[in-house]
Design a protein around this ligand. Structure first.
Ligand SMILES: [Zn+2]
Length: 303
Protein backbone atom coordinates (compact mmCIF):
# COMPACT_ATOMS: atom_id res chain seq x y z
CA UNK A 1 0.00 0.00 0.00
CA UNK A 2 1.20 3.47 -0.85
CA UNK A 3 0.40 6.18 1.71
CA UNK A 4 -1.24 9.12 -0.08
CA UNK A 5 -1.95 12.36 1.73
CA UNK A 6 -4.40 14.68 0.03
CA UNK A 7 -4.31 17.95 1.95
CA UNK A 8 -6.39 21.10 1.50
CA UNK A 9 -5.77 24.69 2.54
CA UNK A 10 -9.12 26.24 3.47
CA UNK A 11 -9.22 29.93 2.58
CA UNK A 12 -11.46 32.11 0.45
CA UNK A 13 -10.62 33.20 -3.08
CA UNK A 14 -9.98 36.83 -2.13
CA UNK A 15 -7.54 35.99 0.69
CA UNK A 16 -4.73 34.67 -1.45
CA UNK A 17 -1.38 36.37 -1.84
CA UNK A 18 -1.75 36.57 -5.62
CA UNK A 19 -4.74 38.91 -5.24
CA UNK A 20 -3.45 40.86 -2.23
CA UNK A 21 -2.97 44.02 -4.32
CA UNK A 22 -6.71 43.98 -5.02
CA UNK A 23 -8.13 42.79 -1.69
CA UNK A 24 -6.49 44.00 1.51
CA UNK A 25 -7.55 42.21 4.71
CA UNK A 26 -9.38 45.38 5.72
CA UNK A 27 -11.98 44.76 3.00
CA UNK A 28 -12.43 40.98 3.41
CA UNK A 29 -15.48 41.39 5.63
CA UNK A 30 -17.35 43.20 2.85
CA UNK A 31 -16.86 40.47 0.22
CA UNK A 32 -19.39 37.62 -0.06
CA UNK A 33 -17.74 34.44 1.17
CA UNK A 34 -17.59 31.38 -1.10
CA UNK A 35 -15.28 29.21 0.99
CA UNK A 36 -17.96 27.04 2.58
CA UNK A 37 -19.45 25.95 -0.74
CA UNK A 38 -16.09 25.40 -2.43
CA UNK A 39 -14.89 23.33 0.53
CA UNK A 40 -18.09 21.27 0.42
CA UNK A 41 -17.22 20.32 -3.17
CA UNK A 42 -14.04 18.78 -1.74
CA UNK A 43 -15.93 17.10 1.09
CA UNK A 44 -18.37 15.50 -1.36
CA UNK A 45 -15.49 14.28 -3.54
CA UNK A 46 -13.70 12.76 -0.55
CA UNK A 47 -16.88 11.16 0.78
CA UNK A 48 -17.71 9.50 -2.54
CA UNK A 49 -14.09 8.32 -2.81
CA UNK A 50 -14.00 7.17 0.84
CA UNK A 51 -10.90 9.24 1.53
CA UNK A 52 -9.91 11.03 4.71
CA UNK A 53 -7.64 14.06 4.43
CA UNK A 54 -6.02 16.89 6.35
CA UNK A 55 -7.53 20.37 6.13
CA UNK A 56 -5.27 23.31 7.02
CA UNK A 57 -7.91 25.89 7.90
CA UNK A 58 -7.53 29.65 8.26
CA UNK A 59 -8.58 30.91 11.71
CA UNK A 60 -10.40 33.84 10.06
CA UNK A 61 -12.52 31.36 8.12
CA UNK A 62 -13.18 29.13 11.14
CA UNK A 63 -14.53 32.10 13.12
CA UNK A 64 -17.04 32.91 10.38
CA UNK A 65 -17.85 29.39 9.17
CA UNK A 66 -17.79 27.24 12.32
CA UNK A 67 -20.33 24.80 10.89
CA UNK A 68 -18.00 24.10 7.98
CA UNK A 69 -15.18 23.22 10.37
CA UNK A 70 -17.48 20.86 12.23
CA UNK A 71 -18.56 19.26 8.94
CA UNK A 72 -14.91 18.64 8.06
CA UNK A 73 -14.27 17.09 11.47
CA UNK A 74 -17.43 15.00 11.24
CA UNK A 75 -16.21 13.61 7.93
CA UNK A 76 -13.31 12.02 9.78
CA UNK A 77 -10.73 14.46 8.44
CA UNK A 78 -7.90 16.02 10.37
CA UNK A 79 -8.26 19.68 11.34
CA UNK A 80 -4.96 21.56 11.14
CA UNK A 81 -3.98 25.23 11.08
CA UNK A 82 -3.21 27.59 8.23
CA UNK A 83 -2.67 30.48 10.65
CA UNK A 84 -5.23 33.18 11.36
CA UNK A 85 -5.07 36.05 8.89
CA UNK A 86 -3.08 34.70 5.94
CA UNK A 87 -0.30 37.24 6.38
CA UNK A 88 2.91 35.60 5.24
CA UNK A 89 4.84 34.50 8.34
CA UNK A 90 8.04 36.01 6.95
CA UNK A 91 6.25 39.38 6.90
CA UNK A 92 5.34 39.04 10.59
CA UNK A 93 7.71 39.62 13.47
CA UNK A 94 8.34 36.51 15.57
CA UNK A 95 5.97 37.87 18.24
CA UNK A 96 3.27 38.63 15.66
CA UNK A 97 3.71 35.17 14.15
CA UNK A 98 3.34 33.53 17.55
CA UNK A 99 0.17 35.48 18.25
CA UNK A 100 -1.22 34.60 14.80
CA UNK A 101 -0.74 30.85 15.21
CA UNK A 102 -2.00 30.79 18.80
CA UNK A 103 -5.09 32.81 17.87
CA UNK A 104 -5.87 30.49 14.96
CA UNK A 105 -5.36 27.34 16.99
CA UNK A 106 -7.70 28.54 19.75
CA UNK A 107 -10.45 29.27 17.23
CA UNK A 108 -9.99 25.90 15.51
CA UNK A 109 -9.92 23.95 18.76
CA UNK A 110 -12.93 25.79 20.20
CA UNK A 111 -14.98 25.23 17.05
CA UNK A 112 -13.95 21.64 16.30
CA UNK A 113 -13.37 20.28 19.78
CA UNK A 114 -10.22 18.67 18.38
CA UNK A 115 -6.60 19.15 19.38
CA UNK A 116 -4.65 20.91 16.62
CA UNK A 117 -1.10 19.65 16.11
CA UNK A 118 -0.34 20.49 12.45
CA UNK A 119 0.45 23.75 10.68
CA UNK A 120 1.04 24.94 7.13
CA UNK A 121 2.28 28.46 6.44
CA UNK A 122 0.50 30.67 3.89
CA UNK A 123 2.52 30.52 0.65
CA UNK A 124 4.95 28.13 2.39
CA UNK A 125 6.55 31.23 3.91
CA UNK A 126 8.53 30.01 6.90
CA UNK A 127 12.04 29.83 8.35
CA UNK A 128 13.82 27.95 11.11
CA UNK A 129 13.07 30.63 13.72
CA UNK A 130 9.34 30.36 13.06
CA UNK A 131 9.49 26.57 13.09
CA UNK A 132 11.03 26.81 16.56
CA UNK A 133 8.15 29.07 17.62
CA UNK A 134 5.64 26.49 16.37
CA UNK A 135 7.43 23.78 18.34
CA UNK A 136 7.48 25.98 21.44
CA UNK A 137 3.73 26.49 21.12
CA UNK A 138 3.05 22.77 21.07
CA UNK A 139 2.61 22.07 17.37
CA UNK A 140 3.89 18.62 16.47
CA UNK A 141 4.35 18.94 12.74
CA UNK A 142 4.71 21.55 10.03
CA UNK A 143 4.10 21.01 6.33
CA UNK A 144 5.46 24.23 4.80
CA UNK A 145 8.67 23.11 3.17
CA UNK A 146 8.33 23.40 -0.58
CA UNK A 147 11.78 23.07 -2.15
CA UNK A 148 10.92 24.83 -5.39
CA UNK A 149 13.64 27.45 -5.51
CA UNK A 150 12.29 29.41 -8.49
CA UNK A 151 9.18 30.61 -6.69
CA UNK A 152 9.64 34.03 -5.12
CA UNK A 153 7.80 33.36 -1.84
CA UNK A 154 8.67 29.81 -0.86
CA UNK A 155 10.93 29.70 2.14
CA UNK A 156 14.37 28.30 2.26
CA UNK A 157 14.66 26.16 5.34
CA UNK A 158 18.17 25.07 4.53
CA UNK A 159 19.57 21.70 5.45
CA UNK A 160 17.27 19.94 7.89
CA UNK A 161 19.63 17.00 8.23
CA UNK A 162 19.01 13.44 7.08
CA UNK A 163 15.31 12.63 6.62
CA UNK A 164 13.61 9.86 8.56
CA UNK A 165 12.09 8.82 5.24
CA UNK A 166 12.42 10.94 2.07
CA UNK A 167 10.78 14.32 2.71
CA UNK A 168 10.09 13.79 6.42
CA UNK A 169 12.48 15.41 8.90
CA UNK A 170 12.69 15.29 12.66
CA UNK A 171 13.31 18.79 14.02
CA UNK A 172 15.19 18.94 17.30
CA UNK A 173 13.28 15.94 18.58
CA UNK A 174 10.14 18.00 19.24
CA UNK A 175 8.50 18.41 15.89
CA UNK A 176 8.67 17.02 12.36
CA UNK A 177 8.64 18.66 8.94
CA UNK A 178 6.59 17.09 6.15
CA UNK A 179 7.92 18.37 2.85
CA UNK A 180 5.96 18.84 -0.38
CA UNK A 181 7.61 16.89 -3.20
CA UNK A 182 9.33 18.10 -6.35
CA UNK A 183 10.54 15.87 -9.16
CA UNK A 184 13.70 16.45 -11.15
CA UNK A 185 13.66 16.30 -14.95
CA UNK A 186 17.15 17.09 -16.11
CA UNK A 187 18.11 20.40 -14.55
CA UNK A 188 14.49 21.24 -13.77
CA UNK A 189 12.89 20.69 -10.37
CA UNK A 190 9.16 20.44 -10.98
CA UNK A 191 6.59 20.72 -8.19
CA UNK A 192 4.35 17.66 -8.18
CA UNK A 193 2.39 18.41 -5.06
CA UNK A 194 -0.51 20.41 -6.43
CA UNK A 195 -1.68 23.99 -6.30
CA UNK A 196 -1.33 26.02 -9.47
CA UNK A 197 1.04 23.44 -10.94
CA UNK A 198 -1.71 20.82 -10.76
CA UNK A 199 -3.86 23.08 -12.95
CA UNK A 200 -1.04 24.36 -15.16
CA UNK A 201 0.66 21.16 -16.29
CA UNK A 202 -1.02 18.86 -18.83
CA UNK A 203 -2.93 16.35 -16.70
CA UNK A 204 -1.08 13.36 -18.15
CA UNK A 205 2.30 14.96 -17.34
CA UNK A 206 1.22 15.67 -13.78
CA UNK A 207 0.09 12.07 -13.26
CA UNK A 208 3.39 10.84 -14.72
CA UNK A 209 5.35 13.04 -12.31
CA UNK A 210 3.25 11.81 -9.41
CA UNK A 211 4.06 8.21 -10.32
CA UNK A 212 7.75 9.12 -10.34
CA UNK A 213 7.47 10.85 -6.97
CA UNK A 214 5.82 7.76 -5.52
CA UNK A 215 8.56 5.56 -6.97
CA UNK A 216 11.21 7.77 -5.35
CA UNK A 217 9.57 8.38 -1.99
CA UNK A 218 7.23 5.48 -1.42
CA UNK A 219 4.39 7.86 -0.59
CA UNK A 220 2.73 10.99 -1.94
CA UNK A 221 1.68 14.36 -0.51
CA UNK A 222 -0.36 16.95 -2.35
CA UNK A 223 -2.18 20.17 -1.57
CA UNK A 224 -4.98 22.17 -3.13
CA UNK A 225 -7.00 25.15 -1.95
CA UNK A 226 -10.75 25.44 -1.46
CA UNK A 227 -11.00 28.22 -4.04
CA UNK A 228 -9.43 25.98 -6.69
CA UNK A 229 -12.72 24.04 -6.68
CA UNK A 230 -14.72 27.20 -7.41
CA UNK A 231 -14.53 27.97 -11.14
CA UNK A 232 -17.39 30.49 -10.86
CA UNK A 233 -15.52 32.81 -8.53
CA UNK A 234 -15.39 36.46 -9.68
CA UNK A 235 -12.64 37.53 -12.07
CA UNK A 236 -10.86 40.69 -10.97
CA UNK A 237 -8.21 42.84 -12.58
CA UNK A 238 -5.30 44.67 -11.03
CA UNK A 239 -3.29 41.79 -9.62
CA UNK A 240 -0.83 41.71 -12.51
CA UNK A 241 -0.64 39.20 -15.34
CA UNK A 242 1.58 36.57 -13.71
CA UNK A 243 -0.39 36.53 -10.46
CA UNK A 244 -3.72 36.42 -12.30
CA UNK A 245 -2.57 33.46 -14.37
CA UNK A 246 -1.35 31.63 -11.26
CA UNK A 247 -4.72 32.12 -9.60
CA UNK A 248 -7.22 31.61 -12.39
CA UNK A 249 -5.69 29.15 -14.85
CA UNK A 250 -7.77 26.02 -15.50
CA UNK A 251 -9.97 26.37 -12.41
CA UNK A 252 -12.76 24.63 -14.31
CA UNK A 253 -10.62 21.50 -14.56
CA UNK A 254 -9.61 21.06 -10.91
CA UNK A 255 -12.43 18.73 -9.92
CA UNK A 256 -12.25 16.45 -12.97
CA UNK A 257 -8.47 16.26 -12.76
CA UNK A 258 -8.69 15.43 -9.09
CA UNK A 259 -11.10 12.59 -9.82
CA UNK A 260 -8.66 11.25 -12.43
CA UNK A 261 -5.72 11.53 -10.04
CA UNK A 262 -7.60 9.74 -7.26
CA UNK A 263 -8.52 6.95 -9.69
CA UNK A 264 -4.87 6.62 -10.72
CA UNK A 265 -3.68 6.57 -7.11
CA UNK A 266 -6.24 3.89 -6.25
CA UNK A 267 -5.06 1.77 -9.19
CA UNK A 268 -1.52 2.06 -7.83
CA UNK A 269 -2.59 0.82 -4.40
CA UNK A 270 -3.05 4.07 -2.52
CA UNK A 271 -3.82 4.04 1.18
CA UNK A 272 -5.24 7.49 1.87
CA UNK A 273 -4.43 8.92 5.29
CA UNK A 274 -4.26 12.19 7.19
CA UNK A 275 -0.88 13.84 7.61
CA UNK A 276 -0.96 13.12 11.31
CA UNK A 277 -1.70 9.44 10.80
CA UNK A 278 1.13 9.14 8.30
CA UNK A 279 3.66 10.81 10.60
CA UNK A 280 2.58 8.73 13.59
CA UNK A 281 2.88 5.62 11.42
CA UNK A 282 6.45 6.47 10.41
CA UNK A 283 7.42 7.70 13.86
CA UNK A 284 5.30 5.70 16.30
CA UNK A 285 7.27 7.13 19.22
CA UNK A 286 6.01 10.61 18.33
CA UNK A 287 2.67 10.39 20.08
CA UNK A 288 1.09 13.64 19.03
CA UNK A 289 -1.39 13.92 21.84
CA UNK A 290 1.45 14.81 24.18
CA UNK A 291 0.77 17.56 26.66
CA UNK A 292 1.19 20.97 25.16
CA UNK A 293 4.19 23.15 25.90
CA UNK A 294 3.52 25.90 28.44
CA UNK A 295 3.60 28.82 26.00
CA UNK A 296 0.01 28.22 24.91
CA UNK A 297 -1.12 31.72 25.88
CA UNK A 298 -0.76 34.62 23.47
CA UNK A 299 1.86 37.24 24.24
CA UNK A 300 -0.91 39.82 24.25
CA UNK A 301 -2.84 38.08 27.02
CA UNK A 302 0.27 37.31 29.06
CA UNK A 303 1.61 40.86 28.83
ZN1 LIG B 1 -3.10 29.85 1.93
Amino acid sequence: MIPCLLTFDVEDWFQVENLRAVFSPACWETIPRRVAESTRVILRLLAESEIRSTFFILGWVAEREPELVREIAKGGHEIASHGYGHVLPMQLTPVQFRDDVIRARKVLEDVSGREIVGYRAPSFSIDRERLAILAGCGFRYDSSRHPFSIHDRYARLGNLGPPVVPGLYRLDGRMVELELPVERMGVLALPVSGGGYFRLYPAALFRKLVSRAIAHRGYYVMYLHSWEFDPAQPRVHGAGLARSVRHYINLSRTLSRMRELIAMLKRQGACFATAREFIEGVLPSEAMLRERAPCAESSASSA
